[in-house]
Design a protein around this ligand. Structure first.
Ligand code: ADP
Ligand code: ASP
Ligand code: MG
Length: 403
């Protein structure tokens, strides 16, 4: 008998019929003799709806993060209860658990909290007798405040639970039947990948392939949990995310991704002295804002322009910080530009192939697409371009590298 963690995303629990469909699948796994811990997301659209409510009631449109967490965590409470009810109704003993009940302890970073610990022993024991349905996306900090793990965070709940209970596998059920070479809803010729390394998946996730939240992939890699991404609407084999040495072959470019949730911040006419950049990025780090691409222009008469990108969720925070430093650093103005997209190619094979980045730049140039910023790692190259070219760029890169 094995212990399986099954996570069902928003569309998979998007209606009562779909929740019943999930219950039937869980029942089947249980009848095959496995213990099952289920992690659920909110019903599709619910998290957005709740965030909308929270913003609408605040004239500032910026509700306090602590209260936003109390609000949005309710979405997963509803779906966890409904699934447990449906399972019980089918004769399957099941019990729902909210984040704090499953002892999912996080830090205090509301709306983007990190899991610090989970009582895996208790969960494992509880799952011997009945199906445990854990509300994804949520936890509680040391003082009992409800926290959430960032958008798409139920994936991370699932992999963290799988690691804590030492599950044999973590299955992520979603609305596509695996990880594709690029978003199949954008490029119809995208192909399903049978196996992909944690490293590649980590890059794809951080670059906009929202099929898995980035932190879930990091946890899977750290604890060696195989992640099986598959469809809740079919029995087809999905994609297994696993260690690189378990792949049969490594391709040069495994996938192409586009991240529209990126914002370019420019601090114009910034004082150019030692310690200035450290001050800006130190303040951003303090506020938990992750900075991605960074460009500093040539200095002119002791001043320079500093441009960096952040995720759109952090844009307001980044603007506040930049403005707060403006007087001290003699900044002329702070400009936010959200009309951009970051397109990227990813593959472990890039490590030992020259000229991949150059080919990417050429493919974009051939379409007349201007590149505004570039960043690279061993296994990826990203370019910041105007948002209107997002789909065209993904298509030409997919065609050029994957076929
Ligand atoms: P869930 O609600 O199940 O968590 P998400 O909407 O978060 O599902 O993630 C699934 C979606 O991710 C797919 O519908 C697809 O549009 C998108 N996606 C983006 N890039 C990829 C990719 N490379 N492979 C598969 N899906 C992708
Ligand atoms: N419901 C949350 C969201 O929409 C978490 C998740 O679905 O993974 O981001
Ligand atoms: Mg998701």
């Amino acid at each position: 008998m094995s212990l399986v963690v099954q996570k069902f995303g928003g569309t998979s629990v998007g209606s009562l019929e779909r929740i019943q469909n999930v219950a039937r699948r869980v029942k089947k796994t249980r009848e095959a003799g496995h213990s099952v811990i289920v992690v659920v997301s909110a019903m599709s659209g619910e998290t957005d709806r709740l965030i909308g409510l929270g913003k609408s009631i605040a004239e500032s449109r910026r509700p306090r993060a602590r209260e936003l967490d109390v609000l949005v965590a309710s979405g997963e409470q509803v779906s966890a209860a409904l699934l447990a009810i449906a399972l019980n109704d089918m004769g399957v003993p099941a019990r729902s658990m909210l984040g704090f009940q499953a002892k999912i302890r996080t830090d205090e970073a509301h709306t983007k909290a990190r899991i610090k610990s989970i009582d895996g022993e208790a969960l494992r024991k509880a799952a011997e007798d009945e199906v445990i349905v854990v509300a994804g996306f949520q936890g509680a900090d040391e003082r009992g405040n409800i926290t959430t793990l960032g958008r798409g965070g139920s994936d991370t709940s699932a992999v963290a639970v799988a690691a804590a209970v030492k599950a044999d596998v973590c299955e992520i059920y979603t609305d596509v039947d695996g990880v594709y070479t690029t978003d199949p809803n954008v490029v119809p010729t995208a192909r399903k990948i049978d196996r992909i390394s944690y490293e590649e998946m980590l890059e794809l996730a951080s670059l906009g392939a929202k099929v898995l939240q980035i932190r879930s992939v990091g946890l899977g890699m750290k604890y060696g949990i195989p992640i099986h991404v598959r469809s809740s609407f079919s029995d087809a084999e999905g994609t297994v995310v696993t260690r690189e040495d378990e792949l049969l072959e490594s391709v040069v470019v495994a996938g192409v991704a586009a991240d529209k949730k990126t914002v370019k911040v420019t601090m114009r006419h910034l004082k150019d002295r030692p310690g200035v950049v450290a001050k800006v990025f130190g303040a951003l780090a303090e506020a938990n804002v992750v900075v991605d691409m960074i460009i500093q222009n040539v200095s002119l008469e002791g001043h320079t322009d500093l441009t960096f990108t952040v995720s759109s969720e952090d844009a307001d925070r980044a603007r506040d910080i930049a403005n707060a430093l403006a007087a001290e650093l003699e900044v002329a103005d702070v400009i936010l530009d959200d009309d951009v997209v970051k397109v990227s190619i990813v593959g472990v094979g890039m490590r030992n192939h020259a000229g991949i980045a150059a080919r990417m730049f050429q493919l974009l140039a051939d379409e007349g697409i201007n590149i505004e910023a570039i960043s690279t790692s061993e296994i990826k190259t990203s370019c910041l371009i105007r948002a209107k070219y997002a789909e065209l760029a993904v298509r030409v890169l997919h065609e050029g590298f994957i076929g």
